[in-house]
Design a protein around this ligand. Structure first.
Ligand SMILES: NC(=O)c1ccc[n+]([C@@H]2O[C@H](COP(=O)([O-])OP(=O)(O)OC[C@H]3O[C@@H](n4cnc5c(N)ncnc54)[C@H](OP(=O)(O)O)[C@@H]3O)[C@@H](O)[C@H]2O)c1
Length: 321
C-alpha cells in the first residue's frame, strides 16, 4: 500500500509499504481522505517530543474493511486520541495521538483500536468528514469542557484562519454565543462575518484590541506577545482557554488583570473518546460543515504542506487517496 512516512527525519511516499495485518480488537480502515494538522508540520520540523519513524496523519475518513467490525463496509472517521484512560479530566500516562508513534492516516490503510471508530456524520462528504477529528476535538474540549460555554456568552476566537479556530468558531455559533474573531487578514475577518461573526480585529494593526469589547470566553492557539492583550480583553468571570503556542512565550502578565475579574486561564489538549462522540453528535445535530481550504492528491503532499503555511489558508487541508 501507499504510505506517507517519516523515515530518518524526511517525509516520503512509499508505494509498497506492508498493509497492517488483522489484529484482535483493532479495526482496519481503507482511507479515502486524510487531513493535515499543524502537528504534522511540527514533527517534520523536529519540533515535537519523541519523534520516531511512523506513517504520519491524525485525521482520516474511509471504509472499514475488517470483517469482525460492526462497521464493516461503512464510511467512518477515526478518533485520534489513543489510550486517553478513565479520567475525563486528564489523559493517562500512556496517551498518544494517532500518527506518531503509531502509524497514522496518511496511507491507503490505517488500523486503530476498535473503540476509536465512529460513523461518518451523514451530512458530510468524505473530504469534509476527514477535516473534523483532531481540530474539531481540540476545539470541543477547549470551548465546551474547559470553557463551559453558555448560550449568549460573548466569545473571541483568535487567528480565525487556523484549523482549530474555525471549529471553535462554528461550535460557539451553534451554542448560541455572540462570536468575534481576530486575524492577520481583513479578508478572513470579512469571511468570518459572512459566516456569522459579530465582528473582528486585525491583530497585526497597532492597538487592535481597542476595537473589541470584553469577553466571557477567549480561545487561543497562538500565545506569543499578543497573549497579554487577550488577558486584558477578559470580562468579569472570563475564561481564556489556550491549546497551542504557535508564537511562543507569553509576555509578562499583570496579576491585577485577572484576579479582580475572577478570571481564569485554562490549558486544554485534544480530548477523550467520549468528547469525540459528543462532538460527532453535536456536528450531526447542528449540521456543522467543516471549512475545507483545499484538497491535494497524496502524490502532491509537498504542495499540501506548503499550503499549510500559506497566509491565504483558511480551513483544513485535505489529502485524497
Ligand atoms: N493542544 C492540542 O491538543 C492542540 C491541538 C491542535 C493544535 N494545537 C496547536 O495549536 C496551534 C494551532 O493549531 P492549528 O491546527 O489550528 O494550526 P493552523 O491551522 O496552522 O493555524 C494557523 C493560524 O494561526 C493563526 N495565528 C498565527 N499567528 C497568530 C497570532 N500572533 N495571533 C493569533 N493567531 C495567530 C493564523 O490565523 P490568521 O490566518 O487568521 O491570522 C493562522 O492561520 C498550533 O501550534 C498547534 O500545534 C494544539
Amino acid at each position: 500500500m501507499r504510505a506517507l512516512r517519516l523515515e530518518n527525519s524526511s517525509l516520503g511516499l512509499h508505494s509498497d509499504y506492508p498493509k497492517p495485518a488483522e489484529a484482535v480488537a483493532q479495526t482496519c480502515v481503507h482511507i479515502q481522505h486524510a487531513a493535515l494538522n499543524r502537528r504534522d508540520y511540527w514533527i517534520l520540523q523536529g519540533k515535537y517530543p519523541h519523534i520516531q519513524s511512523s506513517t504520519l496523519g491524525s485525521d482520516g475518513c474511509g471504509i472499514v474493511i475488517s470483517p469482525s467490525s460492526p462497521y464493516t463496509g461503512q464510511e467512518v472517521i477515526l478518533c485520534p486520541s489513543i489510550a486517553w484512560g478513565s479520567n475525563p479530566h486528564i489523559q493517562s500516562k500512556d496517551y498518544t495521538i494517532l500518527g506518531m508513534p503509531s502509524n497514522g492516516t496518511f496511507a491507503d490503510y490505517c488500523q486503530v483500536p476498535q473503540q476509536l471508530i465512529h460513523p461518518k456524520p451523514p451530512h458530510l462528504s468524505s473530504e469534509q468528514a476527514a477535516a473534523l477529528p483532531l481540530a474539531g476535538l481540540t476545539a470541543w474540549r477547549a470551548l465546551v469542557s474547559r470553557g463551559n460555554i453558555q448560550p449568549k456568552e460573548r466569545v473571541l476566537i483568535s487567528g480565525i484562519g487556523g484549523g482549530v479556530s474555525l471549529f471553535a468558531f462554528q461550535l460557539a455559533l451553534a451554542h448560541g454565543a455572540e462570536v468575534w474573531v481576530t486575524s492577520s487578514s481583513d479578508h478572513k475577518i470579512s469571511k468570518a462575518i459572512q459566516l456569522g461573526a459579530k465582528g473582528g480585529a486585525n491583530y497585526t494593526t497597532e492597538k487592535w484590541y481597542r476595537e473589541l469589547p470584553a469577553f466571557d470566553i477567549i480561545i487561543d492557539g497562538a500565545g506569543g506577545d499578543g497573549f497579554g492583550s487577550l488577558v486584558r480583553l477578559l470580562g468579569m468571570g472570563g475564561r481564556l482557554v489556550f491549546y497551542g503556542g504557535t508564537q511562543g512565550s507569553w509576555p509578562k502578565l499583570l496579576p491585577q488583570h485577572l484576579f479582580f475579574k475572577q478570571a481564569s486561564i485554562l490549558g486544554s489538549t485534544m480530548g477523550s473518546p467520549k468528547e469525540f462522540s459528543q462532538l460527532c453528535d453535536f456536528v450531526s445535530n447542528n449540521g456543522i460543515v467543516p471549512v475545507v481550504d483545499s484538497v491535494f492528491s497524496i502524490h502532491s503532499f509537498e504542495k499540501a504542506f506548503a499550503q499549510l503555511n500559506s497566509p491565504q489558508k483558511m480551513g483544513k487541508i485535505i489529502l485524497s487517496f
